[in-house]
Design a protein around this ligand. Structure first.
Ligand SMILES: Nc1ncnc2c1ncn2[C@@H]1O[C@H](COP(=O)(O)OP(=O)(O)OP(=O)(O)O)[C@@H](O)[C@H]1O
Length: 543
């Protein structure tokens, strides 16, 4: 029963030092280990490259099905496997080609002039063809086994991959300015995990090839003996003319066996290296996919201190259609918010409340009209700066497949490692109490991002997310981490999209009271559902 234990700190430099020390002591170099370390380094670059290629994409680009297909193609074999397999395939093709050529030569010279040479070659071919069918064809990997990991870095690395890959996290990922931060965090975890990350599949392959010999292997030996049996029968039949010498027979057998393997390898590797190289090319192409939301050039805000008093916001005749939609989600929406104002957008389902909030953080750009922050068209502002100045809690807030601590800390990447702030944010968000009841506290994963593998059983996805309010509390804590806990004024506009939709009336009242109390003098915009309201247009109420 294999288990994948990913011990941390297997940094490549440490391994290289070990190789060096062994080389000095024994005057020999472990070439395979050296190659593995070099490849693991390349593999890290690959996986970080792919991670960043995905992380940098904006929402409309990421949602595009053609882009999704391109991303899928590029990640069919990523990281360790891709680097290792490509090199291995290249080497195998070369050695298989050399073997095929040399064995054709040997076979030709042995068989020429032999009476039964051709027949014996055919029999030997079938025996060796059966051999490789047995070795490669019986790769079902049956049996009972399970694999899991406890390595924290590995789990975090897998969690970050899920954050960047899954559509459900995308809105918050973009609005939270997490692309560059998560890439650097991913790079760090990959470095800490080292080349242990690829071990599971290596182990599984080795396991499969060992368990490959079953029922069919019973026939392997008799088949191998077949040429000798035929040879003996022929000798009895024609005692005067022994067809070939025993030594030649052995040579024919050996050569045909190697020849069959070499041809098989040449064939299979040539087919798969074409796919492999295409995957490498696609991997580099995804990094060039252009984003639809074009970055602005102007830094924002001019005066960071003024953010603490909120920002002004204006919609001027804004109309917007979702990509591929025929109807407008909002049409000719205009309103103004003064700095520090608290306003509520009220409207029926589908009237466009969430869309208005999404347009403010430039998840999408309007089809018509303009949006201004402090009198500046938001398209002219640097995207990072604009999003940095806004804190948004979406109606379908997400829970990242990371630890509770990381879920809150991602609200403010610049203070990601500051546990004191994380705890304070959890307290303000009303999450501290339930976190303290958990045996692993802030290190708990409510959703484990690694798969535990069990032979023959469906994937066990451990999910212990209980009621929605738990996740909401964490999402609110993340919002507070971004906008309230930090003394340095970075946020001037707070957006809440129906934050109380999943709460009971008491919890709803508490949350509103807390949000209002903690906003200070920042501008705040809520959206709220009103069943009797017109579906056509949301209405704005300001206090
Ligand atoms: N991703 C999307 N793609 C296509 N159409 C969308 C998308 N999201 C929303 N819409 C459509 O845009 C319109 C406005 O939706 P929006 O979510 O902004 O309304 P809402 O007032 O927030 O409603 P709710 O309270 O149900 O969230 C609706 O007709 C909705 O079906």
């Amino acid at each position: 029963m294999p288990s994948v234990s990913n011990t941390p700190a297997s940094a490549y430099s440490g391994q290289l030092l070990t190789i060096l020390q062994v080389a000095i002591d024994t005057r020999s170099v472990d070439k395979e280990l050296l190659l593995r370390i070099s490849l693991a380094r390349i593999a890290c670059t690959y996986s970080i490259h792919l991670f960043h290629a995905r992380a940098r994409l904006d929402l409309p680009t990421f949602e595009d099905t053609a882009v999704q297909r391109q991303l899928e193609d590029a990640s069919t074999s990523s990281g360790h496997g891709l680097a290792w397999d490509t090199l291995q395939m290249g080497i195998h093709i070369m050695s298989a080609a050399v073997q095929v050529v040399s064995q054709v030569g040997v076979l030709g010279s042995v068989l020429s002039g032999q009476r039964d040479g051709f027949l014996l070659a055919i029999i030997s071919f079938s025996a060796s063809a059966f051999d490789w069918f047995n070795t490669y064809g019986a790769f079902s990997g049956a049996g009972v086994w399970a694999a899991t990991t406890k390595n924290k870095d590995f789990i975090q690395m897998q969690g970050l991959k899920r954050v960047v890959n899954d559509m459900e996290h995308r809105k918050e990922f973009i609005a939270g300015n997490l692309a560059e931060f998560s890439t650097s965090e991913f790079r760090e975890t990959v470095r800490r995990v080292g080349d242990d990350a690829g071990d599971f599949w290596e182990l599984r392959r080795a396991q499969e090839s060992r368990t490959g010999l079953r029922f069919w292997s019973l026939w392997q030996d008799p088949l191998r003996e077949l040429p000798q049996i035929v040879f003996t029968l022929r000798a009895v039949q024609y005692p005067s003319s022994m067809p070939v010498s025993l030594a030649s027979l052995n040579l024919i057998q050996q050569t045909t066996m190697h020849f069959t393997f070499a041809v098989y390898r040449l064939f299979s590797q040539t087919v798969s290296i074409a796919d492999q190289l295409a995957t490498v090319r696609k991997l580099y192409e995804v990094a060039k996919i252009p984003n639809r939301i074009v970055d602005g050039a102007m830094p924002f805000p001019e005066d960071a201190q003024k953010l603490i008093c909120g920002v002004a916001l204006e919609f001027r005749n804004v109309s917007f259609k979702y990509p591929g939609a025929t109807n407008f989600a909002i049409r000719n929406v205009s309103f103004k918010l003064a700095p520090g104002q608290l306003c509520v957008i009220v409207g029926a389902n589908g009237s466009g409340k969430s869309t208005i909030l999404k347009l403010i953080v430039r998840l999408y750009d309007p089809e018509e009209g303009q949006i201004f922050v402090n009198g500046l068209d938001i398209r002219t502002l640097k995207l990072f700066d604009l999003r940095q100045a806004i804190s948004v809690l979406f109606q379908d807030y997400t829970h990242f497949p990371l630890s509770i601590r990381d879920n809150i800390a991602l609200g403010d990447p610049s203070n990601f490692r500051d546990d004191e702030r994380v705890h304070k944010a959890a307290k303000l968000g009303g999450a501290e109490e339930f976190i303290e009841r958990l045996s692993e506290g802030f290190d708990t994963y409510l959703e484990r991002p690694v798969r535990d593998y069990y032979a023959g059983l469906p994937e066990a996805r451990i999910r212990c997310l209980d009621e929605m309010s738990t996740i909401l509390r964490l999402a609110v804590s993340r919002t507070f981490m971004r906008s309230v806990v930090s003394e340095d004024a970075k946020v001037g506009l707070l957006l809440f999209d129906e934050p109380s939709a999943s709460l009971d009336p008491t919890a709803e009242h508490d949350l509103f009271a807390r949000l209002r109390e903690l906003r200070g003098s920042k501008t705040m915009l809520f959206s709220s559902h009103a069943s009797g309201a017109s579906r056509d247009m949301p209405i704005l109420f300001c206090i």
